[in-house]
Each structure stands twice: as structure tokens, then as C-alpha cells.
Write a protein that binds this ligand. Structure first.
Ligand SMILES: [Zn+2]
Length: 398
């Protein structure tokens, strides 16, 4: 569920309503003059959280009913833990090894963050990375290209663009979207993108019980496996909302926690929310181009393909400039980490290209998607050119 405010440009009247994420998609597509504003948009402070409103809104039933054979839980609702399937999955986790921290209130940080125990390592509230968190690509100038929240009716436009440029990405899939658009997920997999897990109903994971965390991850894993026949090893917590308790459960389930590099949030999710603009998103991107060459490592960027505005700003604004920037290496996360087996079953359709994680600033170029030569000088020199080119690009309708 997503709780949104609908503001019509004609009347400037704001009406708060709650609709399912799927309904929101239909609403936006059918009513381009309607702006959607997330009611939770101020809940996490200024730092780079990908925001969708929490799951389990008013229309999610609170009365348990078993999931019928071959079926899935209600979309966009936290699955019931009483379900026999979930009970089986719970046996995969030894909760006596799971750190004990109280569930958060919808992932919102306490006013006084010093009250959070240091060893909770809550990424969103303490800016704490655990040793195993994936938050960047190793090689300077390497961009871990990721898109969250799909598949959606707009995802094929993104896939078309990526295909035209022989560009692969990591796609963090919401289980509720996977069963809604299975053909789109199959296409993404068949075209060699890295498919990864982004939970069933997109909740703040720290707000859930241990058992609900298992249900969110495993139902998504099952929905993806049932659709494409492989089990992703990488997952991303919605909003980046993860702490030591959530990490421990994900790790016990064999999942690698993948977030994004602090401050490398395009804010594209805030365009449909009415807070960001295509221009501001591209301006954010411009800022990165100037600092990337001096970073000691690469970076992972937060982008989305749920709403049309998000896909538009990627294919009309950010990606064309990125493609034209020599030496900037965009790769799926598994590629930049030199991991040829992003699924429990192995490689699947994912092809680890020669050069592994790319050789960044000082590498030798054999394939401009894999490695680069002299990125620092090229990037620095191109920053000015890119900046002026962007001004033209963002004048297109997004
Ligand atoms: Zn998300």
C-alpha cells in the first residue's frame, strides 16, 4: 500500500487517499496532470532514502487467510506469518543468532539518534555500513547501475534503451510487481540483466518482526524463481532501511545486502512525488561527474523504474549523458564485484564480462562497458561539456 496525497493542478485541492501501489500506477498513467506526493517524504531526514510509503495500509486485511496452492500473498501487503509456507521458511533461520533490537516505527529514526545502540548499525539512521554491506563498486569510475521497484508498465521503455546500448543493470524486483508483470520480468532476465530481490510489499524492513522479514524475502524469492527459474542472491532493503537484525536474517537466508553509495541517490523517486524535477535530478548527476574521478572507489546509484517519470529521466536525461561520457563504466553490481554467479543456481543468463570489475582510472580498454583508460582526465575534461549538453537534454519532455 502507498499512502499519497493527490493534488490536482486545476483546483489545487489536496485530498489524502490510500491506494495500492498498483492502483497508483494506473492513476498516474491515466491522469498525467495529477501529482503524487508521498505522505512519508519527510520521514527519513535528508539523506538519500528511496521512499515509497509503507506497506500494510488500510486495505490490507488483518485477518489471516492461507495462501492457496500455487498462489501468492495479497500484493503490496506484508504476508501473514501463520501461512504454512512461511512456517517452513522460518526453519531456515536460527533466530537465537539474530541480534535483538525492537522493530522501528515505520523505519523512522528517533529524534535523538544517540539513543540508538552503536551495534544496531542502522544504515538509514546511523549511516552505518556493516562489513558485508555492498555500498560501492571497487574500481574508481565504475558505476553500479541499479533500478528498483519494477517491473512496471514503464520498465520495457528502460529495457529498450539499455538493449540499444548493450548495457546491463541490476534490477531490484518487488515481488508484488513480479507476479503482476511476469512477462516483463522474464524479458529482463532473458536480456541478461542481474535480477535481485527488493521484498514483497516494499515495507521499512526494520519495522517488521523477524518472522515478517523472512516472509517478505522468501515470498519475493519464490515469485522470482517461479517466473525465471533462478534464485537471486542479492537483495536491497526498501528505503535502505536495514539494521543488524534485518541483515542477520537476510544473511542466514543466503542473501547479500546491497544498498547504494551514500549521497548517490538521483532523487528520481521524488519526481512523481512532486518534490524533485527532471532538471534537479540531472543537476545531481552533474555534481557527481566532478567528484567521481577523485573518489577512492566506484559507486552504486539509486534509480527506479516504477513510475513513468522515473524512466523518462533515465532514458532522456541521465543515461544519454552517461553513455557519452568516456571512461564512465556502468555495470550491474555483480559485474563490478567480479561475481559471475549472482543466483543460487549459478550464472543463469548473467554473463560476467572479461575484466571483472573494470579497471577504473588506470585500466586498459578492451570494451567500453567493462574497463576504461584514463578516466580521471577524460571525466574532468568532459564535465564542462556534459554540463552544457545536459541543459539541452533536460529541455525534452520527461
Ligand atoms: Zn524501492
Amino acid at each position: 500500500m502507498v499512502h499519497i496525497s493527490v493534488i490536482t493542478t486545476a483546483t489545487s485541492t489536496a485530498v489524502s487517499i490510500a491506494v495500492s501501489l498498483a492502483s497508483a500506477l494506473t492513476l498516474v498513467s491515466a491522469h498525467p496532470n495529477i501529482h503524487l506526493a508521498s505522505s512519508s517524504s519527510s520521514g527519513h531526514g535528508p539523506h538519500a532514502l528511496e521512499k515509497r510509503a509503507p506497506a500494510a495500509g488500510p486495505s490490507c486485511s488483518t485477518t489471516y487467510t492461507p495462501v492457496a496452492a500455487g498462489q501468492y500473498p495479497a500484493i503490496d501487503c506484508v504476508p501473514f506469518i501463520q501461512d504454512p509456507q512461511v512456517q517452513t521458511w522460518l526453519k531456515l533461520v536460527d533466530f537465537s543468532k539474530t541480534p535483538v533490537f525492537p522493530p522501528s516505527q515505520k523505519g523512522v529514526c528517533p529524534t535523538d539518534k544517540t539513543t540508538i545502540p552503536q551495534d544496531q548499525c542502522w544504515w538509514t539512521c546511523q549511516k552505518c555500513d556493516a562489513p558485508d554491506d555492498i555500498t560501492s563498486c571497487p574500481a574508481t569510475g565504475t558505476w553500479g547501475l541499479t533500478f528498483d521497484d519494477g517491473p512496471s508498465p514503464d520498465s520495457p521503455r528502460l529495457y529498450d534503451n539499455l538493449l540499444q546500448h548493450n548495457q546491463k543493470a541490476t534490477l531490484f524486483i518487488v515481488g508484488s510487481r513480479a507476479i503482476s508483470f511476469p512477462a516483463t520480468l522474464k524479458r529482463a532476465y532473458n536480456e541478461g540483466h542481474q535480477i535481485a530481490i527488493h521484498t514483497w510489499s516494499h515495507p521499512s524492513m526494520t519495522s517488521l518482526t523477524n518472522e515478517q522479514i523472512v516472509a517478505e524475502l522468501k515470498w519475493t524469492e519464490k515469485a522470482i524463481f517461479d517466473t525465471i527459474g533462478v534464485t537471486p542472491i542479492y537483495w536491497r532493503p526498501p528505503f535502505g532501511d536495514v539494521d543488524a537484525r534485518v541483515r542477520n536474517i537476510a544473511t542466514q537466508l543466503g542473501l547479500k545486502t546491497s544498498i547504494w553509495t551514500q549521497d548517490f541517490d538521483t532523487n528520481d523517486w521524488n519526481i512523481p512525488a512532486g518534490v524533485a524535477t527532471p532538471q534537479s535530478v540531472v543537476d545531481t548527476f552533474k555534481g557527481w561527474l566532478t567528484k567521481i574521478p577523485s573518489m577512492p572507489h566506484g559507486f552504486i546509484v539509486l534509480e527506479h523504474d516504477l513510475f513513468p517519470e522515473e524512466v523518462n529521466v533515465s532514458i532522456n536525461g541521465v543515461l544519454p549523458v552517461a553513455y557519452a561520457t568516456k571512461g564512465l563504466l556502468m555495470q550491474p553490481i555483480a559485474q563490478c564485484l567480479n561475481d559471475g554467479k549472482p543466483y543460487r543456481e549459478g550464472a543463469g543468463t548473467f554473463k560476467l564480462l572479461p575484466g571483472g570489475g573494470g579497471s577504473g582510472l588506470n585500466g586498459t580498454s578492451t570494451d567500453n562497458k567493462n574497463s576504461a583508460t584514463g578516466l580521471g582526465g577524460v571525466l574532468a575534461g568532459q564535465a564542462v561539456l556534459v554540463a552544457s549538453a545536459l541543459t539541452c537534454l533536460v529541455s525534452f519532455a520527461m
